[in-house]
Structure formats: structure tokens, C-alpha cells
Design a protein around this ligand. Structure first.
Ligand code: MN
Length: 128
């Protein structure tokens, strides 16, 4: 089975971009549009990795990561923060909150793929 990724992002354009790229590279992708929905889906579906926007309504990424990191049922879950380039200090904050890595917005397609591959391995093998 393909590794499963949950993309949590309130900006529709970014959400669709990340979903489409990851789907193209053979990952199974779930989406959520705020931190609360993201936490709920993470618990229900137990993805292998989460791409977490840090600025979101309802429940922001920092709070969502905090909740997820306290959940013993989600041990081993990889979380990659997606932070606005303009928000200096957010990368460090994200790592301190328990994220494994981070990506800057605007999301670079090659960097997205490389970072996910680093933590998760390939999606479905080429030609499969
Ligand atoms: Mn956002």
C-alpha cells in the first residue's frame, strides 16, 4: 500500500497543489482545512506523515501539533510544518513544537517531494 499523507492547509490553492503533486508521486493523500479537522483525521486514519500549515483558523498548526504529539496512539507519526517565508522564527517554533522538519511557502515542488521522500521513502514505485 502507498504511504499515506495528510495535508492540513486552509489555503485552497496550496492544498490542491500539494495534494496533486503528492498524488502524482504515488502517495495516498487525505486533506483537512483547519487544525481541528486535521487532528480528527489524524486520529481516525493514522497517516504516515502530516504536512501541517501553521497559520490556520479554528485551531492553528502549533496547537494541532501539540495535541498530536501528546497522543500515544500516534507514536512515530512524521510531521512537516509548512510555514510562511515571512514569518521569521516560525521554523524554530515548529521544530520546538515537535515537528520533524519544515517547508517554506510558497511551496517549491521539488523541495516538497524531496522532503517527503526523506522522511517517508518513495510513493508507489515508478512503473508499478
Ligand atoms: Mn494558512
Amino acid at each position: 500500500m502507498a504511504p499515506q499523507i495528510l495535508v492540513v492547509e486552509d489555503n485552497e490553492q496550496n492544498l490542491v497543489l500539494m495534494r496533486d503533486i503528492l498524488t502524482y508521486h504515488g502517495y495516498a493523500v487525505l486533506t483537512a482545512r483547519n487544525g481541528e479537522e486535521g487532528v480528527r483525521l489524524a486520529r481516525e486514519e493514522r497517516p504516515d506523515l502530516i504536512l501541517m500549515d501553521m497559520q490556520m483558523p479554528v485551531l492553528d498548526g502549533f496547537t494541532a501539533v501539540n495535541i498530536l504529539r501528546r497522543d500515544p496512539g500516534l507514536h512515530g507519526l512524521k510531521i512537516i510544518a509548512v510555514t510562511s517565508f515571512a514569518m521569521a522564527g516560525d521554523k524554530e517554533k515548529a521544530l520546538q513544537a515537535g515537528c520533524d522538519d519544515y517547508l517554506s511557502k510558497p511551496v517549491d515542488i521539488l523541495e516538497l517531494r524531496a522532503t517527503v521522500k526523506k522522511h517517508l521513502g518513495e510513493g508507489k514505485a515508478d512503473g508499478e
